[in-house]
Design a protein around this ligand. Structure first.
Ligand SMILES: Cc1ncc(COP(=O)(O)O)c(C=O)c1O
Length: 388
């Protein structure tokens, strides 16, 4: 049989540096490679497989919809899309939801909403959006520009104007940009995921919410990675005690199928009108049916389980030999190591656990219901391979 890795290398665009592993199946928090080796999955496809692989309830919801119809255009109504929007609004207080297919698209929608909102309210010119240095908001040309890391800005210009970068956890830097520029919004990740699993502080977010009010800016959170229970609450912004105007999410929302959502709260409820935005696949019935099953299960006992697992990881690793620090929220954790992260990662893989990386940290994004026995094994391996 042809070697899948060789075919991939020959025919798939060179955009990914893949590990030398071909995944062939999985169940829950276990994945199996083409050699039959089993691993404890600590990456969940980068925070996507919320309840692990082939979770029964999710699979049933998706296959049930699949046997009815797989797609219709947004020219017609369909139940999963309506039910998902209703569920998200009831659980968050959002008023409307726009569905796309990815995190980048959810953020594109937020950017369009912010600009149109400002245009309607303040007139032309107040189009700038403050984002944070070291952020990550996606790979479309506009969301790359929203991303506050120069490394993403080379080779793909010219970029659209109107993005300003403040220092994370430095409210004065946000204030200075808001004072000296014509802005419409501030967009930030509650925890900078790709940037190294760095959480914002409550003091900072509270002050930014105050600045947003003072300068009449929309307060927008990118919860593409932190959302859908991963932080230990349904959305991470809840833990800051602020009221957002726009929240974007994707990844874990679909539990494994592509879907993105831009949630519009009171101020932005009527900003988008017919024809202002759209997506052929947005709100796809199968992805939405899967997402309904995910969001309906994210109740308090489930979120409590996320927090308990998080506490277990943090307390087991903190202060141990080879571990410098642990950052993050819930089951989105970054482990700063004394050893080189690539070395630790490859030892983890050979010992049968699959964490991922974020900058120089080991990143853990396990399923929200990962069995404690799997987590205990993973922690044991991390401790052993991190020691000098
Ligand atoms: C915070 C954040 N925003 C946006 C994105 C882009 O999401 P997608 O790859 O689904 O377009 C990511 C992806 O890692 C992300 O972590």
């Amino acid at each position: 049989m042809a070697d899948i890795k060789e075919i991939d290398k020959q025919y798939v665009a060179n955009t990914y540096a893949r590990f030398d592993i071909e995944i062939v199946s999985g169940k829950g928090s276990r994945v199996v490679d083409s050699n039959g080796k089993e691993y404890v999955d600590l990456g969940t496809g980068i925070a996507v497989n919320t309840f692990g692989l082939c979770d029964e309830q999710w699979t049933e919801a998706v296959t049930k919809q699949l046997s009815k119809f797989q797609h219709t255009s947004n020219l017609y109504y369909s139940e999963p899309c309506a039910r998902l929007a209703e569920l998200l609004c009831n659980k968050t207080g959002a008023k409307k939801v726009f569905f796309g297919n990815s995190g980048a698209e959810a953020n594109e929608c937020a950017i369009k909403v912010a600009r149109k909102w400002a245009q309607d309210k303040k007139g032309a010119g107040d189009y700038s959006i403050i984002t944070l240095k070291n952020s990550f908001h996606g790979r479309t040309v506009t969301t790359l520009m929203a991303t506050g890391q120069d490394v993403f800005h080379k080779d793909f210009g010219p970029f659209p104007e109107g993005f300003l970068y403040a220092e994370a956890n430095n409210a004065e830097s946000v204030r200075a940009l808001a004072e000296n520029n014509k802005c419409c919004a501030i967009l930030m990740e509650p925890v900078q995921g790709e940037g190294g699993v760095l959480p914002l502080t409550k003091e900072f977010v509270t002050e930014v919410a105050r600045i947003a009010k003072e300068f009449d800016l929309l307060l927008m959170f990118d919860e593409v990675q932190t959302g859908n229970g991963r932080s230990g609450t349904l959305y991470a912004y809840e833990q800051f005690g602020v009221s957002p105007d726009v929240v974007t999410t994707a990844k874990g929302l679909g539990g494994g199928l592509p879907i993105g959502a831009c949630m519009l709260f009171e101020k932005t409820e009527t900003t988008l009108l017919s024809g202002d935005h759209g997506s052929t696949f947005g709100g796809n019935p199968i992805a939405a049916a899967g997402a309904v099953s995910i969001i309906s299960r994210l109740d308090e006992p489930c979120l409590q389980g996320v927090r308990e697992r998080s506490d277990y990881i943090i307390s087991s690793l903190t202060g141990k030999p080879g571990i410098k620090s642990i950052t993050g929220m819930g089951l989105m954790l970054g482990i700063e190591l004394e050893k080189d992260v690539n070395l630790v990662l490859s030892e983890c893989i050979s010992r049968g656990i699959l964490p991922i990386k974020a900058k120089n940290k080991l990143r853990l994004l396990p399923a929200l219901n990962i069995p404690m026995a799997d987590l205990e094994y993973a922690v044991r391996v991390i401790l052993e391979v991190s020691k000098q």
